[in-house]
Design a protein around this ligand. Structure first.
Ligand SMILES: Cc1ncc(COP(=O)(O)O)c(C=O)c1O
Length: 280
């Protein structure tokens, strides 16, 4: 089950070729994307996802996304979805064809959520720390690196996940050259200490997460403290819980890190998941 829609609200057979071979998104990864979780026909955090799409587009100096077009396109996918209760909705915007008229390529695609993600949501994951080769000041010094944008250039992130698989792990936590914790290849890191949730700040060159923001909102309302502050690699094993969060995986607990078993975070996982779900 897949549904593909365009910004004018029309749907297209997902088997139909749509993107030209000279599309710069294809040739250079020159574009941006979002992945939104849709549950029972309701997209979660659509506003923050569209805000982030616009922010990423601005970082790549792409034309400003047409927000009402994206909303139309999202509605078209949702209205034509006849699959499971939950869907992953991808929004893709590229610079368009290299030899075209400058029109960006834009589409939204509804996809089923894979078994592996559903299993990991329930059972948690094993992770390894891997170097990202950046220092926390680089994002501000070197805007051309597009750190903190959700660009289509995810080949490095995917390579890191394959490397983790060779090490026998499900996931990765990237670290900066000074040992600061960054993020996962497709997720935000959250630590728990007592009744405090902690996540690294986005200005160190990581993507500001919509799931983390939603969870922190709900947690704060329920009396938790929240902190957005630098996290050290040593903090990953000195805490009351480590989680990787993102739109499709939701809140996933980290069971082991670099081969070392962590605590049993299942009760905390249930509590944080309930908090997150209370947002909807
Ligand atoms: C690099 C990176 N960090 C964090 C996230 C989590 O973002 P969100 O919670 O908005 O899905 C993602 C999402 O895919 C990501 O790719």
């Amino acid at each position: 089950m897949r549904v593909l829609a365009l910004l004018d609200g029309t749907t297209v057979d997902p088997e139909t070729p749509l993107v030209r071979v000279d599309d710069l998104g294809l040739l250079r990864g020159d574009g941006v994307f979002e992945t939104v979780l849709v549950v029972d026909g309701r997209p979660r955090e659509l506003g923050p996802h569209l805000d982030r799409l616009a922010r990423s587009a601005a970082m790549l100096e792409l034309p400003e996304p047409d927000r009402s077009g994206w909303e139309r396109c999202v509605d078209a996918v949702i209205n034509n979805w006849t699959g499971d209760r939950q869907m992953a909705l991808k929004l893709v915007l590229t610079r368009g064809a290299e030899y075209g008229d400058g029109t960006p390529t834009a589409f939204a695609m509804g996809l089923p959520i894979g078994e592996k993600v559903l299993r990991q949501r329930e059972q948690g994951i094993s992770a390894v720390t891997l170097e990202r080769g950046i220092d926390p000041g680089l994002a501000e010094r070197a805007p051309w690196l597009l750190l903190g944008s959700k660009s289509l250039s995810y080949a490095v992130n995917m390579a890191a996940l394959r490397h983790a698989a060779k090490l026998g792990a499900d996931e990765v936590i990237f670290t900066a050259s000074d040992g600061t914790v960054l993020e996962g290849p497709t997720s935000t890191v959250i630590l728990v200490r007592g009744r405090t949730l902690i996540t690294p700040p986005a200005n160190i060159g990581i993507l500001p997460g919509t799931t983390q923001a939603a969870l922190f909102r709900a947690a704060e309302r329920s009396g938790w403290s929240i902190k957005v502050e630098p996290v050290r690699t040593s903090d990953l094993t000195d805490n009351d819980g480590v989680f990787l969060v993102s739109s499709v995986r939701a809140i996933t607990r980290v069971n082991s890190l670099d081969g070392q078993q962590l605590g049993d975070f299942s009760a905390l996982h249930a509590e944080l998941t309930a908090l997150y779900e209370s947002e909807y």
